[in-house]
Unconditional design. Structure first.
Length: 144
């Protein structure tokens, strides 16, 4: 289980996976993604968070480019942190606790579709889960 705060293109119309052999055609143009903060689940320990923009590679079979624009965020999940994404001209600027920690240069012009925000937990393994999970959110702000 891992927390994430992300933006997804509004044209994303993929239903949840129903079958093990089902193929998800994502991301495609009109359905890009920006991860303001995503913890790397079972692989990230307490500090494995990233921010990134994920761009489509073209067709369903090609998927998306997850790594080119990835920024490692050095933070502990047990601490209170402020994550910020600033969309400045053509750049996406990632800030952690008020400090710039990375920049995706020239990416904003490639993410033209309207987007919506999601705060959630995700699970990427089939491992059994124990205990309770809680994510405390003090506030979310959007400025245009």
């Amino acid at each position: 289980m891992f927390p994430a705060w992300w933006l997804l293109g509004v044209r994303n119309n993929e239903p949840p996976v129903q079958e093990e052999d089902e193929i998800i055609c994502w991301p495609l143009p009109g359905s890009g993604e920006i991860d303001i903060m995503e913890h790397h689940g079972q692989y990230g320990g307490q500090t494995g968070c990233v921010g990134r923009s994920i761009l489509p590679l073209g067709t369903c079979g090609e998927g998306g480019d997850w790594w080119t624009n990835q920024i490692n965020l050095s933070t502990r999940l047990t601490d209170f942190n402020e994550y910020l994404l600033e969309w400045l001209d053509k750049d996406l600027i990632f800030r952690l606790n008020g400090k710039e920690v990375g920049r995706n240069i020239g990416i904003a012009e490639k993410l033209l579709e309207p987007m919506f925000a999601i705060l959630n937990y995700a699970k990427i393994s089939r491992d059994r889960m124990e205990g309770e999970w809680e994510m405390e959110i003090d506030w979310v702000n959007h400025e245009k």
